[in-house]
Unconditional design. Sequence first.
Lengths: 113, 114
Amino acid sequence: AQTVTQSQPEMSVQEAETVTLSCTYDTSESDYYLFWYKQPPSRQMILVIRQEAYKQQNATENRFSVNFQKAAKSFSLKISDSQLGDAAMYFCAYTGTGNQFYFGTGTSLTVIP
Amino acid sequence: SQTIHQWPATLVQPVGSPLSLECTVEGTSNPNLYWYRQAAGRGLQLLFYSVGIGQISSEVPQNLSASRPQDRQFILSSKKLLLSDSGFYLCAWSPGGAANYGYTFGSGTRLTVV
């Protein structure tokens, strides 16, 4: 069974600094997709970034980038130049050949002014 | 473009009362539809998912049920609410066939059972 693990329940970062959120997953599938979702205080789930497992190049979206290590089954999210609006719960997620997502338990990010 | 609507946004219901939460998707056909629950400060728990009209898969046995009477409509129901049903409920959709491009979530319903 697929599992997604986020070992950091809480993280904090100074405004304008860089922070990395960790995520590991377990799967026997070779073709899959990984995601990071952001849930701000409004609780609306927002897709931040998507990575296709067959692509070696790490995905980037503006200040957000990932470090995808397929062999290690690791998928960390780096937020550069952190802003107050980045404060949120961040969820790592996996989907493979089926229709279901598997979510991690989330990391609560605090941005310190 | 595709949009997802979920209502109501907030609901306070007494224990033992019925529940009906509705989710509709516009701008697509034959979507996969999902209901998730999120307890305060915790992760997402998949409750039900549907790949077509009348096709419901339940992930967690409980006093909730789901129905999909139309292609783009997904309803979460309960005949008698429990205190433990309080939480934040999220509806989501993905294109039929696979969720490779991710889920799109509704804005959620905050349910408080009193």
